[in-house]
Design a protein around this ligand. Structure first.
Ligand SMILES: NC(=O)C1=CN([C@@H]2O[C@H](COP(=O)(O)OP(=O)(O)OC[C@H]3O[C@@H](n4cnc5c(N)ncnc54)[C@H](O)[C@@H]3O)[C@@H](O)[C@H]2O)C=CC1
Ligand SMILES: O=CCc1c[nH]c2ccccc12
Length: 288
């Protein structure tokens, strides 16, 4: 059975819309060395499509773009119904070649969103500015409908905003109650840059036990949802986009419940306040 309700969308600063719940094909799926097509992954993506997911998040470095392209073709759902994000890894010298290789693997002639995966591989602000101008050039061809960044913190954003002709539409970062980035969130709001959360389930999957456990369990009972769905909804209620994943159909189905109820302002606040009592960063730890 497909989603009972359509997944809500968020309007980006360039006028395009992004579904507020995305299905990631990184982390749990990664096998950077594989050369054969992973049919299990293709089938899992097709299951997600059947359940109603239309927003997929991949990256050059995940080695999953080919499977996403095949799954979308085999699903027979029109390309225009999907929102596909991919990300540039380290090939700064020829960004156009990297981008075109991604399109080829995806079997697509455009992506909805192209992101710089990380700012941590360059030496200077000037390098970041040069990279951003290459994304602007791709955007002008129409093959990257929207452009944005990932794992950017205030100094990285400030650097590119100094010379940007087009501001990033989104910053995809690790965001959950134990990593809330209040200052970065304020900066994004000032520039109308949306926030996408990866690792939204971290408090229950990687950082438990912790101070939000009790409230998340209580709200899951109240709304007849899983604990994960409370954390996904916490992101969505704050105007963010939540990117999660699973290989299990039951979990894929469960996450969709996050679109079927609303948390009250006080409930969002309670999770945030309790979350502030613990700090946990799962990804790119060595950079901080
Ligand atoms: N831009 C970036 O640098 C990054 C982007 N991402 C993107 O975000 C996506 C999601 O990232 P995750 O950290 O995996 O997201 P997540 O925090 O939503 O965790 C999803 C994982 O939790 C497991 N899970 C769900 N419910 C569970 C439960 N009750 N008990 C135990 N395990 C449970 C799932 O099976 C899955 O493996 C990735 O696939 C990728 O597309 C992820 C990391 C970095
Ligand atoms: O994007 C998520 C984190 C990450 C960075 N590099 C790799 C490589 C393979 C899987 C995930 C990641």
């Amino acid at each position: 059975m497909a989603a009972r309700y359509p997944i809500p969308t968020l309007r980006l600063r360039d006028g395009h819309s992004i579904p507020a719940l995305g299905f990631g094909i990184g982390t749990a799926w990664i096998d950077g060395k594989k050369t054969e097509i992973n049919r299990k992954l293709v089938e899992a993506i097709k299951t997600a499509i059947k359940l109603g997911y239309r927003h997929f998040d991949t990256a050059e470095v995940y080695n999953s773009e080919r499977e996403l392209g095949i799954a979308i073709k085999e699903s027979e759902v029109p390309r225009e119904e999907f929102f596909v994000t991919t990300k540039l890894w380290k090939n700064w010298d020829n960004i156009t070649a990297s981008f075109e290789a991604s399109l080829e693997r995806l079997r697509m002639d455009y992506v909805d969103l192209y992101l710089i995966h990380s700012p941590f591989f360059v030496e200077s602000s000037k390098d970041l500015q040069t990279q951003w101008s290459s994304l602007e050039a791709l955007h002008s061809t129409g093959r990257a409908r929207s452009i944005g960044v990932s794992n950017f913190y205030a100094p990285h954003l400030t650097a590119i905003l100094q010379t940007a002709k087009i501001k990033p539409v989104i910053n995809q970062i690790e965001l959950h109650p134990y990593l809330q980035h209040p200052d970065l969130q304020a900066l994004l709001k000032t520039h109308n840059i949306a926030l996408a959360s990866y690792g939204p389930l971290t408090p229950i999957t990687k950082a438990s036990p912790g101070p939000v456990d009790e409230v998340v369990e209580r709200l899951a009972r109240k709304y007849g949802a899983g604990e994960g769905e409370i954390l996904l909804r916490w992101v969505i209620e704050q105007g963010g986009v939540a990117i999660t994943t699973s290989s299990k159909e039951e979990r894929m189905r469960g996450y969709l419940k996050a679109t079927e109820f609303e948390l009250t302002e006080d409930e969002v606040k309670e999770i945030s306040e309790k979350g502030k009592r613990k700090h946990h960063r799962e990804f790119f730890r060595s950079r901080f």
